[in-house]
Design a protein around this ligand. Structure first.
Ligand code: HEC
Length: 473
């Protein structure tokens, strides 16, 4: 850790790098002729392939395909409705006067206003098919397996998801490292897709997690991703349909000799006869020591205010006795705020290296609705107001992921000593919030309850995870 102030560091369910599959190719839209409106083969197919194709294909994450004229024209109304509402493709960040990050995002598959207009015009025209013989070229679907993987780690014994409640199993995988390596990419290879909900990968730098493993080859590891071994380092998170996570060739995440990789799998309940699961992980190592290290840092989930003003900030429902993380039942628009000042030195007292921010991820539970991360820059800062890193105004627990800036290293946002990182979270703890309804349903409750900081279904969090990059010294 460059600097670590997360009170609940162990509870970081950092849903990092869960990158739902999407293609990187740039918008390609054939020019419309003045006399003819958009057609499926000339205009709509390439757009759907680019922005929807990674999930809406046979065997994909989405429940139906959108890769033929028949499927797309039959669902034209739903396509227009979902894209105009902004629910499809799933994408969390928004840029507005509240937040204008310096850079765009990698893998941004959102539709432009022109593209939305095109879909609507096609639907309104009666979904003309156009000429299949002169169909526009479609972007290639992305590779789901990690290019140039160095190793594939798989548990020795398969796990059979149990009937009853969901389970969290941790597999301690031997990385076989006799010397330090640097992880430059990973991909999860799901086994039994019917039961695997998501996967969190954590480096266990001392290998201590082996002691937790029982005769099944794994151990129960709770709902919050609790890691009871020293110095857990979250590598990333994978959701079904996620593309491989890849860093630039000169960046790696350090895994010392003897490290193990702890693969935490959230299993759906297996039902009476679930097939065994053998989910594995592909890893790619850098060739030798990389120039830069990636270090994910969690900021937030503070329980109190620190002497220097950092930590949990005073909120709307606080008493004279100080700040408290408390989201009252039946209140919409409640906010909590977390602040962390970048220190002058690292944990070891040495001056901080040059720190750059590769991107950002938000994390809240089911009551949260909006999360914003900004940096109040220490002087000299020539910008106007704070620098915004991320804003997710329609937080969705189901679609959380890390957003990475589409920018070269030298122009990524920097963090300097005495910069104040501010994370502001808003909550809707009323029945108008469908996620609250879902959580109450899961717990057999009928009306909202007061919510505090914690790991349970109806506890909340306010956390930003910043994948930082520092020179490897
Ligand atoms: C990252 C995967 C992913 C991408 C990309 C994606 N979808 Fe979906 N889509 C889903 C899933 C999963 C569902 C099932 C409902 C849900 O979970 O929200 C869905 C549901 C839908 C629905 C059903 C109604 C609704 O709103 O839930 C429509 C229509 C739809 N998608 C259209 C699209 C279109 C059009 C695109 C591209 C412009 C697109 N989707 C891109 C995963 C995706």
């Amino acid at each position: 850790m460059v600097f670590s102030r997360t009170h609940r560091g162990r509870a970081l369910v950092a849903l990092l790098f869960a990158l739902p599959a999407c293609t990187e190719s740039s918008p390609s839209r054939s020019a419309q002729r003045a006399d003819v409106g958009p057609t499926y083969h000339a205009d709509v197919a390439p757009l759907l392939a680019r922005s929807c194709g990674s999930c809406h294909v046979a065997g994909g994450l989405a429940p139906f395909a959108l890769d033929s004229y028949e499927s797309a024209s039959g669902l034209a109304d739903a396509i227009v409705a979902a894209t105009e509402a902004g629910t499809m493709p799933p994408w969390g960040t928004a840029e507005s006067d509240l937040c204008r990050p310096q850079h765009g995002w990698k893998g941004d598959v959102r539709l432009s206003p022109d593209e939305l207009e095109l879909l609507r015009a096609w639907r309104d025209d009666g979904t003309p098919e156009g000429d299949a013989a002169h169909a526009a070229e479609l972007p290639q679907p992305p590779s789901m397996s990690l290019p140039d993987a160095t190793v594939t780690l798989t548990p020795e014994l398969p796990w059979v998801a149990q009937p009853g409640a969901d389970q969290f199993r941790c597999f301690s995988l031997d990385m076989g490292l006799s010397e330090t390596q640097w992880i430059n990419g990973f991909q999860v290879v799901p086994g039994n897709r019917a039961v695997v909900h998501h996967v969190v990968l954590t480096i266990d730098p001392t290998g201590a997690s082996l002691a937790d493993v029982d005769e099944t080859g794994s151990f129960d590891c709770g709902s919050g991703g609790t890691m009871d071994f020293p110095d857990p380092r979250v590598l990333g998170v994978w959701l079904p349909g996620g593309l491989p996570f890849e860093l630039a060739p000169d960046i790696g995440v350090e895994a010392p000799a003897g490290s193990r990789l702890v693969m935490q799998i959230h299993y759906h309940t297996g039902g009476p006869d679930a097939a065994p699961d053998t989910t594995g992980v592909e890893l790619r190592y850098t060739e030798g020591r990389p120039d830069y290290l990636m270090v994910p840092v969690g900021i937030g989930n503070f329980e109190k205010t620190e002497a220097n003003g950092d930590g949990l900030q005073r909120g709307p429902n606080d008493t004279l006795y100080g700040a408290r993380f408390f989201v009252p039942a039946n209140v919409a628009g409640h906010t909590e705020e977390m602040v962390l000042t970048v220190p002058d030195t690292g944990d070891d007292g040495a001056p901080l290296p040059e720190i750059r921010v590769l991107g950002a991820a938000a994390h809240m539970h089911l009551v949260g609705t909006d999360l914003l991360v900004e940096v109040e820059k220490a002087p000299p800062w020539l910008g106007d107001g704070p620098e915004c890193l991320l804003h997710e105004p329609h937080w969705s627990f189901d679609w959380q992921r890390t957003y990475l800036y589409d920018a070269p290293f030298e122009s990524l946002p920097r963090l300097r000593p005495r910069d104040r990182i501010r994370v502001r979270c808003a909550y809707d703890n009323t029945l108008a919030n469908p996620y609250v309804q879902r959580a109450l349903g899961d717990l057999g409750l009928s009306s909202p309850v007061d919510v505090e900081l914690g790991e349970g279904t109806l506890d909340e969090m306010c956390l930003a995870i910043l994948p930082l990059v520092v020179p490897a010294e």
